[in-house]
Design a protein around this ligand. Sequence first.
Ligand code: PGA
Length: 251
Amino acid sequence: MGSPRRILIVGNWKMNGSRQSRQELDAMAAGLDPAFSEKADMLVCPPAVLLAGFTENATGPIRFGGQDCHFNESGAHTGDISPEMLREAGAVAVILGHSERRADHGEGDAVVKAKVKSAWRAGLLPIVCVGETLAERDANEASAVVARQVRQSIPRGAEGGNLVVAYEPIWAIGTGRIPTPEDVAQVHNTIRNVLNERFGEEGEKIRILYGGSVKPDNAKTLLAIPNVDGALVGGASLKANDFLGIAHAVL
Ligand code: PGA
């Protein structure tokens, strides 16, 4: 385990799950090796309608987050959810700027930045996603694109304790394809440099997760890469066995 920062393993359930998924959650909590919590934290981000039910009787080390939020506290925004509402439902964090939000809902860096500030206002930990398309990767632009997203999506005031960045190459999400360890190391190093340049000593403390087809059989390799401080996991976070297989790679 290379990271000097506290590891964070995040499950992003996307638009999956039901009230019955509580059973998977209970199996995750019951199966998690007690040694995990000595060096790492686990977050599960279910669909917002499931949050309150999951957090109400939550026991054990798993904490919860939302998958998106509006930047306002309340008002005429049909279908949206504010960070304060997520917080009230028991969330401690929120994923922001996921590529599926950027693609499905046209969210750009400026909107993501406003959402980060709103998460801070509500006392939530924002997990800001960045990542290149396959065309950008093929054009050798991955690091430049990601550096620009980090500069433009993250407001002033970021610190180790109030921000997490997730590098998710869009072409690796849900595809079973992952970049080489060298490519992951290069982009994470770029992100670290931008964070250091902008936030000084605090930049060194901000955790940078890798996301995109993280599975039990590649987690150890990915988590050993310099500046990989955890994982953002989609498909493999839905089943207790898979998610625990990834979590236990930190041991
Ligand atoms: P995946 O999704 O693990 O299913 O590739 C990751 C994500 O989109 O956060």
